[in-house]
Design a protein around this ligand. Structure first.
Ligand code: FE
Length: 197
């Protein structure tokens, strides 16, 4: 795959269809400037502002755009909301579709065949591999990204955070909690837990 991409890139550059400097800027932007903190801000806003949460339900693309997060791979956003009864998990079974403007670039496991195939067949087992055990009565819904739609999981607000402001809440929102393979941190758990490479 790596070789194919390189070959394709050199042909496109040779023919003058792409500028290598522009590609570098794009990659750098998504690698270092855009990351899951954008998504965390969306989630924290939804936790504190019921009208924003409603807007997310009705038109996630526009609601997210209002915070300044839009662009490639975020043109058709759908927010799926966790409840005590239902837990949502996102995958792209075909490849690696992922909401770049809110989460940055996908982690390696998201693009790997084992996650993409197993999460559909055995979501509970995959979540257990991530250290996430849900009550047996919780229904797990798996959302398969299409060529256009990108999903963002809205996790449940952790207990014990009454009165917290948006910035403080955003620190509890992990990347995995917005994919559905994790939960937000608990208050007092520290900001280092819950992240996977
Ligand atoms: Fe894909």
């Amino acid at each position: 795959m790596d070789l194919r991409v390189r070959a394709l890139e050199s042909i496109l550059v040779e023919k003058g269809y792409v500028d290598p400097a522009a590609l570098d800027v794009l990659v750098d932007t998504y690698e270092t400037k855009i990351g899951p903190r954008n998504g965390a801000r969306v989630v924290a806003r939804a936790w504190t502002d019921p009208s924003f949460r409603d807007w997310l339900r009705r038109d996630a693309t526009a609601a997210i755009d209002s915070l300044g997060y839009s662009g490639r791979q975020g043109e058709h956003m759908v927010v799926v909301e966790n409840t005590p009864d239902t837990h949502n998990v996102v995958v792209c079974t075909l490849c690696s579709c992922y909401p770049w403007p809110v989460l940055g670039l996908p982690p390696v496991w998201y693009k790997a065949a084992p996650y993409r195939s197993r999460v559909v067949l055995d979501p509970r087992g995959v979540l257990a591999d991530f250290g996430l055990s849900l009550p047996p009565q919780t229904r797990i819904r798996v959302w398969d990204s299409t060529a256009e739609i990108r999903y963002l999981v809205l996790p449940m607000r952790p207990a014990g955070t009454d009165g917290w402001d948006e910035a403080r809440l955003a620190d509890l929102v992990t990347r995995d909690s917005m994919i559905g393979t994790g939960l937000p941190l608990s208050p007092g758990a520290g900001a280092t837990a819950g992240a996977r490479p």
